[in-house]
Design a protein around this ligand. Structure first.
Ligand code: Z5A
Length: 263
């Protein structure tokens, strides 16, 4: 065991579980020795914005695919306006910051320190809140966002070097809300990798990190889902598209029914 960011952590090795099983509760519990309880079991002091629905998960698990499916469901349910957006990005400033964060174009090969990465993500998010998310929610629209603050907890927090209290502080200062519903698409990391490779995408600055980083990302997401099961619903994204679609549909329709909306 060692110390990391003031937390007690064990050596970063994945628990000995078959990649194909989907015991996500057991898996999250198995990782607990290095994602300590205070990291994930926190009171939720921020209000939930029920019309804000986010898609989370590792790379290539199918978030964009599901985003469009949820959008269709909302249209069927006669939801007034649906805004599709993503992070980092969603605004002109945010998309420019995304290029830096992912090392695209003229930023290819550039260094981004961990603190810079965290602050740029929240700079992009603050702009996104002010320019897109808050105005949309205020006029009664649904906002479907491909990644949001849970990604920061998983990538920069659980897998990276950012202290969780810093992320929480930035979140409460510059975001101020939680999504009402988060669909966490979970799959073994090689599944997402294979899907992106099949699409022929070159890896970006973050995707170039080692597999152990992405195992920590996955565990970080699952630990957050275990800590907040009312908001974060785990979807087995390793299944075929029709089954994923069915799981998503069931989850979203249940959620909408809870808010008196039905197709
Ligand atoms: N990041 C961060 O570090 N901190 C933060 O706070 C935030 C982000 C907000 C950009 O994310 C990077 O930013 C990301 C985390 C970091 N880096 N990483 N890793 P992104 O969301 O833009 O990129 P991504 O997650 O790496 O990948 P993606 O291209 O967006 O993938 P996706 O949306 O999850 O998957 P998809 O495009 O819907 O599907 C991928 C392919 O699989 C596609 O060909 C589909 O047709 C196919 N697919 C989809 N579903 C299935 C099923 N069920 N079976 C078979 N094939 C499927």
């Amino acid at each position: 065991m060692g110390r990391h960011r003031g937390l007690t952590v064990a050596p970063r090795q994945s628990p000995d579980r078959p990649a194909s099983s989907f015991d996500w509760r057991g898996m999250a519990a198995g990782w607990r020795d290095w994602i300590s309880e205070p990291d994930v079991i926190t009171a939720n002091p921020l209000p939930n914005a029920w019309r804000l629905i986010t898609l989370e998960g590792g790379e290539g698990v199918g978030k964009s695919t599901v985003l469009h499916h949820v959008s269709e469901l909302l249209a069927t349910a006669n939801a007034a306006e649906v805004v599709l957006t993503r992070e980092p990005g969603g605004t002109r400033v945010g998309e420019a910051l995304r290029e830096i964060l992912l090392g695209k174009g003229q930023h290819a090969g550039g260094q981004v320190a961990d603190a810079t990465e965290l602050l740029l993500l929240f700079a992009a998010r603050a702009q996104h809140m002010a320019e897109v998310i808050q105005p949309a929610l205020a006029r009664g629209a649904f906002v479907l966002c491909d990644r949001f603050t849970d990604s920061t907890y998983a990538y920069q927090g659980a897998a990276g070097s950012s202290a969780l209290e810093h992320i929480r502080d930035l979140e409460s200062r510059f975001v101020g809300i939680h999504p009402g519903l988060t669909l966490l698409l979970d799959a073994p990391i090689e599944v997402g990798r294979q899907r992106l490779a099949a699409r022929g995408d070159a890896p970006d600055r973050i995707e170039e990190k080692a597999d152990t980083f992405f195992e920590r990302v996955r565990a970080g997401f699952l630990a957050r889902a275990q800590a907040d099961p009312g908001r974060i619903k785990v979807i087995n994204a390793a299944r075929d598209p029709a089954e994923v679609r069915w799981q998503v549909q069931r989850t979203v329709l249940e959620y909408l029914a809870g808010h008196r909306i039905s197709p």
